[in-house]
Design a protein. Structure first.
Lengths: 414, 49
């Protein structure tokens, strides 16, 4: 437990509790805004014009256990930054542990980052020319530069490890390796380094034993890790399984999907008259397909067919095949096809007859191949299943891609 | 959640297998069915000829 002492504000005489350790450098009175130098008998050295205390769940006196260390909030500092005419603000709460020293917990629009000063140098030790996504290294970990900005101290209260003055500027360069954040902080000639870690609302609630829920986070924080929803995780996992199932189904389809040939015939001189082809259907619930092929050469043929059940006609089919080719501007082209097929079902199992009659202006057509197959399986449903499974499997990387896209804004110079 | 999605996909796969095996809805659109109606179409009826 931290030792609690108290002093009176040397400016307004308000009683102020002291919870910090020996490295506290200043105490800002929460009543009058006086900034007192802790090393100079709490003599007032500056004053904050009172503004409304910005919201943070981590008010002075609150305690929490972060990374197995109990910290107490001893001070608050509010920052502001104007970018593109828009004002951004956030609050950093100074934490103190009697055994582990000082740290910060920063609340920014629902996002929470825990950070500490570090003494090791990053590589490079200074960022002279900021370039987004440029890599830096700290403790063997790679970070990418995210943003550079200058923040202004707008509010302070309680104990701080330096003397903060209203309007002080601090230049910050942030590099990220979610959930970690590395900061170069330059105040005047002093350059300090900070290492932060993003805390989820669940982590924060557990650490500080919060009864109230934190406000919903707005946007994506620079070091916020990608945490997909349970639905997306499950969808992606199941999608991967069914991609494999679809692939196996394609193999089965490749083996049996063409059905079995019930009758086939090469009709000689097809333009000379009608031809009949008998076939037997065993399963009327399955598709029957008639496939035809003709030796077309810049010509067409119209094939009319009837499928009859005994004397009774049950189906009528008509197909025109045309195949043309040539060259134009040095490039060859083809159009149409020499083959065609129609699929249908018969009302009952049994024997059927296919009667064919062909017509064409091309007397060179000497033959017509006809094949009747039963049990032909369409591919469209398997393709649809594969697409759905693939889209589901990809939902996780797609969601992550979208998340990173939003994190980095419009940057695409990865 | 995973179980629920797995069940949905299983049903979808069974439906796909059924529709594929029986060629559901895959009859050619140019086929004119006149089952035992005594009327048989011909090419002219399709406007092809």
């Amino acid at each position: 437990m931290s030792e609690v002492r108290s002093v009176s504000c040397t400016s307004c005489a308000a009683p102020l509790e002291l919870k910090g350790g020996h490295n506290v450098r200043s105490l800002v009175c929460g009543y009058c805004g006086a900034v007192m130098d802790a090393h100079e008998g709490y003599q007032a050295v500056a004053k904050f014009q009172r503004i409304e205390r910005p919201f943070t769940p981590f008010m002075i006196g609150r305690t929490g256990i972060i990374q197995e260390v109990r910290f107490t909030v001893i001070g608050l500092i509010g920052y502001e930054m104007v970018e593109d005419g828009e004002l951004y603000s956030w609050v950093s709460s100074q934490l103190f542990s009697a055994t582990h020293g000082y740290a910060w917990i920063t609340y920014n629009d629902g996002h929470v980052v825990f950070s500490r000063r570090v003494r090791e140098l990053p590589e490079p030790a200074q960022v002279k020319h900021f370039k987004r996504k440029r890599r830096i290294t700290f403790r063997s970990d790679e970070y990418r530069l995210f943003e550079q900005y200058t923040a202004r101290v707008a509010f302070a209260e309680g104990e701080l490890t330096w003397i903060a003055r209203q309007g002080d500027n601090v230049s910050v360069t942030e590099a990220i390796n979610p959930p970690h954040l590395f900061e170069y902080e330059q105040s005047g000639d002093e350059l300090e380094f900070g290492l932060g870690q993003y805390l989820s609302h669940e982590d924060v609630a557990q650490a500080f034993d919060l009864k109230e829920s934190l406000p919903r986070a707005s946007g994506i924080h620079p070091c916020q890790p990608f945490t997909p929803s349970q639905f997306v995780k499950s969808l992606s996992k199941v999608g991967q399984i069914f991609c494999c199932v679809s692939a196996a189904a394609f193999v089965v389809w490749a083996i049996v999907g063409a059905g079995q040939t019930m009758a086939s015939k090469r009709i000689s001189d097809p333009l000379q008259g009608n031809t009949q082809l008998a076939f037997t259907v065993n399963d009327p619930d399955q598709l029957v397909e008639v496939a035809i092929e003709a030796p077309l050469d810049n010509s067409w043929i119209f094939v009319e067919g009837r499928v009859e059940d005994g004397d009774e006609p049950i189906l009528a089919i008509g197909r025109e095949l045309g195949y043309y080719y040539g060259s134009e501007g040095g490039e060859s082209w083809t159009e149409g096809s020499k083959t065609a097929s129609v699929a249908f079902k018969v009302p009952a199992a049994g024997n059927y007859a296919l009667e064919l009659e062909a017509e064409s202006e091309d007397s060179r057509i000497r033959w017509l191949d006809v094949e009747v197959r039963q049990g032909v399986m369409p591919l469209r449903y398997l393709i649809a299943l594969l697409l759905i499974a693939a889209a589901s499997a990809l939902s996780l990387p797609i969601t992550k891609f979208g998340f990173e896209k939003r994190r980095w804004g419009d940057d695409d110079d990865d | 959640m995973t179980k629920l999605i797995f069940i949905v996909f299983t049903l979808l796969t069974l439906g796909t297998a059924y529709a594929t095996y029986y060629g559901y809805g895959a009859e050619s659109s140019a086929v004119s069915r006149s089952v035992r109606a005594g009327s048989v179409g011909n090419a002219a009826a399709y406007g092809v000829k």
